[in-house]
Design a protein around this ligand. Sequence first.
Ligand SMILES: [Fe+2]
Ligand SMILES: [Fe+2]
Length: 240
Amino acid sequence: MTNPRGNGLRSVADQSEQERGGPGSILSRQSRDHAELDELMRSYDRATGPAERGRVVAEVGERALRHAFAEETVLFPAYRRFLAGDDDELTRHIEGDHQTVNEALERLQGADPADAGYDEVVRHAFEVIRHDAHDEEDDLLPRLQQAVGVEELRSIGAAWEVQRRLSPTRPHPRVPREPPGNVLAGIPLAVSDRVKDAFDAGGARRGVAVAVVAVAAAGALVVLARAVRRAGRGGAGPRA
Ligand SMILES: [Fe+2]
Ligand SMILES: [Fe+2]
């Protein structure tokens, strides 16, 4: 199929998992997560009332934010190092979209799904998330694939997955979208978001959950800091 961007590259959407570098490559991981996010966004239209719409938006939001944080801290820095340099237009454009989504999700966090205007903000955020996935699958990821080998695609994929799991879970539009600011801010925010998540879960297990989350998050952050250091050096560095 012809790439809709007309750039002569094969979109990730038209490649088999083997062509993408196997299940662990950044191309396959991105493609799977984009598809799952898209399915979740579709479930918004099937929701039967405001409460269910609110739950879907919260789930889409957390998933999209984790995905984007891992891109901003691992994938885009790797792309800029291999291909484009620090003033790269494509990654700047996608970071701008991530900022738009962060701002929309922050507005939705405090809003009632039954309110007039809620649906419009949701649909705009979903549209930007979908546009962002196309920018990556049709343009950024095929360019990266041309520039690096399969082992590098897998190494970036593994680092991206670590960051996705340890990312903050709530919108933070005032945090920079690039390293080192997002990495440094991401560490305390990942902890405080998980404590808030545990409180929101409520119930008798809340106190225990908070303690467990705090300890787990502290340990996880050590792993995160190491992973970021690794991604910044060996794994995602240009080949000789
Ligand atoms: Fe993205
Ligand atoms: Fe993505």
